[in-house]
Design a protein around this ligand. Structure first.
Ligand SMILES: Nc1ncnc2c1ncn2[C@@H]1O[C@H](COP(=O)(O)OP(=O)(O)OP(=O)(O)O)[C@@H](O)[C@H]1O
Ligand SMILES: [Mg+2]
Length: 262
C-alpha cells in the first residue's frame, strides 16, 4: 500500500484547522478488465496544492475523474471535505484536458451558464462573470466563440468557468500541455495567482516536470496505476521559483523518480 500525506502551502498557520480536503484510501478503478488505478492512497490538506505527475496512460486522468465523482471506484474510499464522495460535488471545479467548452456559446456564456443552475439572478451572474473575465485577462474576448480563440485563451475560459462556481476544490488536467512555452508560463502564473487569492485546494495533473515543481506544494509520482512516491516541494511559492537552484535540483529528482519507475 502506498500511504501518502501530501501537504505544502507553507501557509498552514492561516489555513483552516480541520482535516484533509482530499482523502483517498486504497482506491482501485478499472475499465472492464483493465485496471487503471490500484492501491492508491493519499491525502491533501485544505488549501494545499498537489501535483500528480506520471507518463501517459499511468492513470492521472482516471484519478481526477474518480475525485470528481465521475467514475465509481471498484474498491477503496474517497472522502472530500470530510464526507464520503457519493456523487458529483457542486463545490468541486473540474478543468478537463480538452477544456470542455461549449462551442455554441460565447466566452461570456460559457462562464455564466453554470451560474444559472445555481439560481443566481441575471444581475449577479453578469457581475460575477465580468469580474472573472477581468481577472483572467479575457474581457475583450467575451463575445467570441471558443472556436475563435487561441489555445491559451480557451484555457482561460475553462479556468473561468470553473472559478465562477467558487469551488473549494479545483481539479485540473494538463492545464497547459497544449500551449506554447510563453503562454504556458502565463497560465501557470495565473493558476498560482488564483491559488494565492482564493481559499481553494488544488490538485493538478501534468506530465511536465517543471510544471509539477512550479505548481505543486507536494508532488505525487505515478506509474502504471500506482503512486510510486511523494515529494515535498520546498520551492513552492518562492518568488521567481523558475530561476532558483532548488527548483532545478527538484526537477532532477523528479526526473530520476520517473525514470526509475518507468
Ligand atoms: N474509457 C476508457 N475505457 C477503457 N480504458 C480506458 C479508458 N480511459 C482510460 N483507459 C485506460 O486506462 C489507463 C489510464 O488512462 P488515463 O487516461 O487515466 O491516463 P493518463 O495518465 O491520464 O494519460 P495521459 O497522460 O495520456 O492523459 C490507460 O491504459 C487507458 O488506456
Ligand atoms: Mg490524461
Amino acid at each position: 500500500m502506498t500511504e501518502v500525506d501530501a501537504r505544502g502551502t507553507g501557509e498552514s498557520e492561516t489555513a483552516a484547522p480541520a482535516g484533509p480536503m482530499i482523502e483517498v484510501d486504497r482506491l482501485r478503478v478499472s475499465y472492464g478488465t483493465e485496471t487503471a488505478l490500484q492501491d492508491v492512497s493519499f491525502s491533501v490538506e485544505r488549501r494545499a496544492s498537489c501535483a500528480v505527475i506520471g507518463p501517459s496512460g499511468c492513470g492521472k486522468t482516471t484519478l481526477l475523474y474518480a475525485l470528481a465523482g465521475l467514475l465509481k471506484p471498484d474498491e477503496g474510499r474517497i472522502r472530500i471535505d470530510g464526507a464520503p464522495l457519493e456523487a458529483i460535488r457542486p463545490a468541486t471545479g473540474l478543468i478537463l484536458q480538452e477544456y470542455g467548452l461549449l462551442p455554441w456559446k460565447t466566452v461570456r456564456d460559457n462562464i455564466a451558464f453554470p451560474l444559472r443552475s445555481r439560481g443566481l439572478d441575471r444581475h449577479r451572474r453578469r457581475e460575477r462573470t465580468d469580474a472573472i473575465l477581468g481577472d483572467l485577462g479575457i474581457g475583450d474576448q467575451s463575445d467570441k466563440f471558443p472556436g475563435e480563440l487561441s489555445g491559451g485563451q480557451r484555457q482561460r475560459v475553462a479556468i473561468g468557468r470553473a472559478l465562477a462556481l467558487e469551488p473549494d476544490l479545483l481539479l485540473m488536467d494538463e492545464a497547459s500541455s497544449a500551449l506554447d512555452a510563453m503562454t504556458r508560463e502565463r497560465i501557470q502564473n495565473l493558476v498560482l495567482g488564483i491559488f494565492r487569492k482564493r481559499p481553494v485546494t488544488l490538485l493538478l495533473v501534468t506530465h511536465s516536470i517543471e510544471e509539477a515543481v512550479l505548481l505543486g506544494g507536494s508532488i505525487l509520482v505515478m506509474a502504471q496505476g500506482r503512486i510510486r512516491s511523494r515529494v515535498d516541494n520546498p520551492c513552492f511559492g518562492l518568488p521567481d521559483a523558475r530561476d532558483a537552484q532548488a527548483f532545478h535540483d527538484l526537477c532532477r529528482i523528479i526526473r530520476r523518480e520517473l525514470h526509475e519507475t518507468a
